[in-house]
Each structure stands twice: as C-alpha cells, then as structure tokens.
Design a binder for this molecule. Structure first.
Ligand code: DQA
Length: 161
C-alpha cells in the first residue's frame, strides 16, 4: 500500500499558531498536529501519510509552493490561507488549475465572525474540495482525515470493475 503526501500550508500570520491571539485562534501549537491526527486516524493509517509543512507570509510564496506541490505529485493540501482567504483571486486561480484536492481550513469559525463581515467570505473556497472552520488546530487534523477518506474512496474499485 502506498504512502500519501499531504502538504499543510499556512499563510500570513500563521507562523505562530498557539501564541497569536489564543482567545480567537486557540492555544495548541502546530507541533501537536501529528499526535492529533494519530488520535483520529490510528497509527496504521498515519504510517501511510507523509506530512509536509510550509508557512509563508507572502501570496507569491504560497503560490510558488502550491505549484511545487504539483510538480512533486503531492496528493492533497490542507490550506489555511489566513487573510488571503478573503482577498486572493490569485490563490483561487492557482488551486483551480494545479489539480490537487485541497481542504480550506480555519482555526476560527469565520462564518461566526459577524463583527467583521469580510472574514465571512472566502475567495479560495470555490477552488477547494471542502472547508473546515472553527475547531482550532483540530480543523487541520479533520482536514487530513477528510483527504484520507477521499483517497480511499478514489482508490475503491467501482461497481463495474
Ligand atoms: C484565519 C481567519 C482569517 O480571517 C485570518 O485572517 C487568519 C486566520 C483562521 O484560521 O481562523 O489569519 O484563517
């Protein structure tokens, strides 16, 4: 059975998860993510997942890394684009053509942030397989689980086969 590579990509101001405004974004550090995923998926499945981590504050750097992921044959992306979620047509365009299933994730529930209406919108969501928001760092772990399920569903033979 082959191994699946998932890129965990973080956008601007997400280099200090757990320390940045913990009252909004939670206090768990990104270093805890692998253990969280192991708890959800179990050790056997986790042994078949390789996680690559990337964080950049710049829009172009993120796009360059996503294109690199395409060249590398990365199987799935969990992306928290931070504020670029709400503004970046360029990121949406990139996700639309690289052909890698992407789960958009957010630490906070962006839909519940009624005090800041712009945060309730996503430009990149249209180019993603799905969106998970509001569970702190667990949003990322759930994103990995969703991709795992998708990999397994895709690998399943159809009724005709
Ligand atoms: C965020 C929500 C964005 O609105 C914000 O700009 C972030 C973090 C989240 O994870 O909740 O940087 O993506």
């Amino acid at each position: 059975m082959r191994t699946f590579t998932i890129l965990i990509a973080n956008g601007p101001n997400l280099g200090h998860i757990g320390r940045r405004q913990p009252e909004i974004y939670g206090s768990r550090s990104i270093t805890e993510l692998t253990d969280m995923i192991r708890e959800l998926l179990g050790p056997e499945r986790v042994s078949r997942i390789r996680l690559d981590f990337f964080q950049a504050n710049g829009e172009g750097q993120l796009i360059d890394r996503l294109e690199e992921a395409m060249r590398q044959g990365v199987d799935g992306i969990v992306l928290n684009a931070g504020a670029y979620t709400h503004t970046s047509l360029a990121l949406a365009d990139c996700l639309a053509w690289i052909g890698i299933p992407c789960v958009e994730v957010h630490l906070s529930n962006i839909l519940a942030r009624t005090d800041e209406p712009l945060r309730r919108t996503s430009l990149i969501g249209r180019s993603c397989a799905g969106v998970i928001a509001g569970f702190g760092l667990h949003s990322y772990a759930l994103g990995v689980c969703a991709l795992w399920q998708r990999f397994m569903d895709t690998a399943k033979p159809t009724a005709k086969e």
